[in-house]
Design a protein around this ligand. Structure first.
Ligand code: BGC
Length: 699
């Protein structure tokens, strides 16, 4: 291959959305392009691949990239919602189905899963994450990688993003600077990526935000030393959208040519649309500023991925519009049902289907908004809205009024009419939250309450005294203390995707148990952010005796530092709901937490008895948390180390055994990854603040 043809393999350009303009045809014919992003038209893709194979100088097929983030035509819940299922198998199946749909049309590469540990609900991209916990993110990320890549007939190459620390952007403001000490990077932010690399992920995308002063697209330590050196990753690194040329805007490269050289040296194999590689790499090599051997290495890694993706396999694949199947919708419904978190229930749920229901709210009948962010190919016609699903079940006993035009609508003009409608019903269901566009990339908020007049609507309707059920559809955790207080039942549904309506109806009426569990801590107020369960030890932890409210401080109280602890004066120090929390329609008890004999590869093994103590079958997620009681660095107050979703019949008892490896108890203390024997406290229960615990001595 000529130098130009080699560089072509490192260049990704934008498709023309269903057409094939001459410049694109030419570029593929002369081998100047290795990948195309954002083309999903099967006829165009058949032709593009034919040209690449038959008319380009080397016959190398193209990688066709698309953001298939939580479904293709069939839309699953946003990733944050999928995370609430705590169901690795189901998440893997969802990814496999997304791959099956997308690959039929000729897409062979998705920019998913996003593995950014996300602890700031202001950040719009928390919607695309699996939440705040490294273990949950790692397990679900690995599941998605398997789901996308492991179907030999319809594989999608997966891409781990955004490497790394993007979720920690300051002030929860997208693209903002990120500062993470290496100890934090290695203990919290890197592990999900490492797990997904081990699961076989073929590509990785560096993040937009700079990390400790260096944008990852130019960061050789990250992309070479850690990713390729420590983890033996041998796939390809693709820049984020134009992030190579943005090295100039960041102020770490003098001009675009320098930016291209810096990214190539750092190990970025492919330039997503910035044009910097196409414009400068050849000249840099010819001028002796860049070694051609480096280009060869970058190209080989691209080709390795193309081979692994089956692009060279015979027979040649012929693409067509994706088949739509009822099974796809059934799976979308199942994932949505398992992602819905029941946060409060004053015995109004499950709802009997005999009565009259009044459905209110701006998100009750919005086929597009319920899909959430990143749904380029989502088929809105496939959406079943809440109104549609309720109408099918309750028929003439359902009344409906959106009251507000959008979630941001501030007008209270429709409140009285809504109250009249509510008054004529036995129960009111309010579908509230955020429209899809209020979260996702670049859509961050400084206020995380319900937008518009929605909270006022809850107050107005709750004053009637009818049972009020609130369903929140949103791309982020919202601060909803007052709404929770006023509602008789509250379900957090995230953006549930195509089958939002059917799934919510089924959970609300008890067709399935409420089984979602929070993948993020819910704050009471935005001022508590970042609030996450695995925070470090302070030397002065808050205790009930030391917390004082601002209104209770005596006038002219003297300053003292004696007895002070860590809390805000104006908010309860606990979260509104802890990580891992969610109610079922039955109750579970955990008893008899005990140590078991360990096998050679285990550091500690715990057994616990779980009993369904309620009157119906149900689902719980048993969660095991650990605290390292004495260590060479402060450790989180609790860390999730294992979880298991299980279904038990009424009265059924099951013994669970959790195995914890030495690696799971090891951590980076600033110098190395260390395993420090000693005392650990272990909790097992249904959320991060659960009480059943035992102390163990690990040798
Ligand atoms: C986003 C990526 C995405 C890419 C391609 C960027 O703006 O940060 O997550 O994969 O665009 O659409």
């Amino acid at each position: 291959m000529s130098l130009e043809q080699k560089i072509g393999q490192l260049v990704q350009v934008e498709g023309a959305y269903g057409s094939l303009p001459d410049h694109l045809r030419e570029a593929v014919v002369c081998g100047a392009v290795g990948s195309i992003i954002n083309e999903v038209d099967p006829a165009t893709l058949n032709e593009l691949q034919r040209i690449a194979r038959e008319e380009s100088p080397h016959g190398i097929p193209l990688l066709i990239g698309r953001d298939v983030i939580h479904g293709f035509h069939t839309v699953f819940p946003i990733p944050l919602g999928m995370a609430a299922s705590w169901n690795d198998t189901l998440v893997e199946q969802a990814a496999r189905l997304s791959a099956w749909e997308a690959a039929q049309q000729g897409v062979n590469w998705t920019f998913s899963p996003m593995l950014d540990v996300s602890r700031d609900p202001r950040w719009g991209r928390i919607a695309e994450s699996f939440g705040e916990d490294p273990l949950l993110t790692a397990r679900l990320g690995a599941a998605m990688v398997r789901g996308y890549q492991n179907d030999t007939e319809h594989p999608l190459v997966s891409c781990l993003k955004h490497f790394v620390g993007y979720g920690a952007c300051e002030a929860g403001k997208d693209y903002n600077t990120t500062n993470l000490p290496e100890i934090e990077l290695r203990n919290v932010y890197l592990p999900p990526f490492e797990a997904a690399v081990r699961a076989g992920a073929l590509t990785v995308m560096p993040s937009f935000s700079d990390l400790n002063g260096m944008p990852p697209s130019g960061n050789a330590w990250l992309l070479r030393d850690v990713l390729r050196g420590e983890w033996q990753f041998d796939g390809l690194v693709v820049s984020d959208w134009a992030s190579i040329s943005q090295l100039v805007v960041h102020g770490v490269a003098e001009n675009e040519a320098n930016a291209a050289a810096q990214a190539a040296r750092a190990g970025v194999n492919m330039d997503m649309v910035s044009g910097a590689y196409a414009a400068h790499l050849a000249q840099l090599v010819e001028a002796g500023a860049l070694n051609e051997q480096l280009v060869d290495e970058l190209v080989l890694e691209v080709l390795r991925v193309k081979f692994a993706a089956g692009l060279f396999d015979a027979p040649v694949r012929v693409y067509h519009m994706a088949t739509q199947t009822p099974a796809a919708l059934a799976l979308a419904q199942e994932v949505a049902e398992q992602s819905i978190v029941l946060l409060k229930n004053n015995d109004v749920l499950p709802l009997a289907i005999e009565g009259r229901v009044c459905l209110l709210g701006p998100l009750a009948d919005q086929p597009y908004e319920q899909l959430g962010t990143w749904v380029f190919d989502g088929d809105v016609a496939r959406s079943v809205t809440i109104r549609e699903a309720f109408a099918a079940t309750f028929g003439g006993r359902l009344s409906y009024d959106p009251v507000l035009e959008t979630s941001r609508d501030r007008s209270q003009a429709g409140f009285d009419a809504a109250a009249t409608l509510a008054w004529q019903s036995d129960v009111v269901v309010l579908a509230l939250g955020e429209e899809a566009i209020l979260s996702g990339e670049a859509h961050c908020r400084s206020d995380i309450q319900l937008p518009g007049a929605q909270s006022a609507l809850v107050e107005h309707i709750a004053a009637l005294g009818k049972p009020v059920i609130v369903a929140i559809l949103a791309g982020r955790p919202l601060a909803i203390s007052e709404v929770v207080e006023r509602a008789d039942a509250l379900l957090y549904a995230w953006h549930p995707g195509s089958m939002a309506g059917t799934a919510l109806l089924n959970v609300i009426t008890g067709g399935v148990d409420a089984s979602g569990r929070l993948p993020v801590t819910l704050p009471r107020r935005v001022g508590q952010v970042p609030i996450y369960y695995a925070h470090g030890h302070t030397g002065k932890p808050a205790t009930p005796e030391t917390v004082i409210h601002i209104d209770d401080i005596d006038p002219k109280a003297p300053q003292t530092s004696i007895g002070n602890t860590s809390f805000h004066l104006d908010v309860d120090p606990s979260p509104l709901f802890p990580f891992g929390f969610g109610l079922s329609y039955t109750t579970f008890e955990f008893h008899n937490l005990r140590e078991e004999a360990v096998a050679d590869d285990e550091a500690v093994a715990m057994a616990v008895d779980v009993i369904n103590s309620g009157a119906r079958a149900g689902v719980t997620v048993a969660q095991l948390y650990v605290r390292d009681l004495v260590a060479s660095a402060t450790r989180p107050v609790r860390e999730l180390k294992a979880y298991e979703r299980l279904t038990l019949e009424a009265g059924e008892r099951r013994t669970l055994r959790f195995s914890i490896s030495r690696d799971a108890l090891s951590f980076h203390n600033g110098r190395a990854k260390v395993f420090e024997p000693g005392r650990f406290r272990i909790w097992v229960g249904e959320h991060a603040a659960c009480g059943l615990s035992a102390e163990v001595l690990v040798e």
